[in-house]
Design a protein around this ligand. Sequence first.
Ligand code: PLP
Length: 408
Amino acid sequence: MARLNGNFLKLESGYLFPEIAKRTRAWQERNPGKKVLRLGIGNTTEALTPFITRAMHEKINLLSERSTYTGYGDEQGDSALRNALSAFYRSEYGVELTPDCFFISDGAKSDAANIQELFSPDSVVAITDPSYPVYVDSNVAGGKSGRFNGTNYDGFIYMEGNAGNGFIPKVPDKHADLIYLCSPNNPTGAVFTYDQLKSFVDYALREKAVIIFDAAYSDYIREPGYPHTIYEIDGAERCAIEINSFSKNAGFTGVRLGWSIVPRTLETEDGIPSEVHRLWNRRQTTFFNGASNIAQAGGLAALSEEGRAECRGLVDYYLENARIIRSGLESVNLTCFGGINSPYVWARTKADMPSWEFFDYLLEKAHVVVTPGSGFGPSGEGYVRLSSYGHREDITEAVESIVRHIND
Ligand code: PLP
């Protein structure tokens, strides 16, 4: 008889977004004809840009001619794209990473979930709290946690973010093998400074741990003083894997294209040089058949000068939305974090309400949907996340509604 994987059975049901949808639906039924204003979703809304779109059209034209058609490409990704990424890190951040460190994928989510497979099930996993849920869930499914204890999973080290530390936790006070960091952070919008990130790199080198660094929002960093890639920190090439994608800067959430960087210099306890790189290569070439060639043509265009300028324009648009959200909320005395080098504003609830109570309050009074912070981990309780992904007119309408009705 087929038996189920008990690790998957340990996963708590995906409670956050279904519950938001359920409560929103119920409100809509009670309030027919009224408009729901959405600040809850981390999904891009603006159109693909012209230069990048043209590159994808041209690729489709090549595919539609017998003489220029191509099928499967390299599982690790198109070499032109890997070369362009390597050149991009050099010119933009002064970081040397050879093209063979870059593995092209269908997005950061898959890589963030899959990378844990390379590491032993008895690895001690440290995760920031609150966090993007994929890090927790993939490690539960990968057998690296105990049971859910009603608040969180036994066996993980939760690194608490709070108002006191600006949602940038300190390194764990005990040993961890794998450490997940995300900067700029989803959901809190917090960004690691050089010194803060260096403390994690130093810890990882000391403990022979590996950092999984999710840089999916790196293009939103506009102020100086914050690293865009962990490889700006000395020693990171020996202890860090970085994950990124074209979703949030080029609007590829639906097109699907990302990359991971696995340096050959990465060290693990067993100390065999290049072993993690070799295993990730083995994993990807076995379980993955390469990213879409049309998407990769778009990614290559996104890294060109014209493409970079277009992506900058897109990110500027969402950053202005974030500014509008944050200044609106602050005008009614809600305490806000993030939203400056990040598309997300992380706001303290009114009068210390629990996250879900404030969710209901904003829906009832202002007709606005936000994301309850407690859905990202226990330390998110008492906060909500507001997303800048929306058309300007919708964002403005939602913020104005909160401002008008917050004290109803
Ligand atoms: N990492 C973080 C922190 C995210 O917030 C998201 C998406 O919202 C992803 C990764 C996934 O991005 P992708 O669309 O590249 O899979």
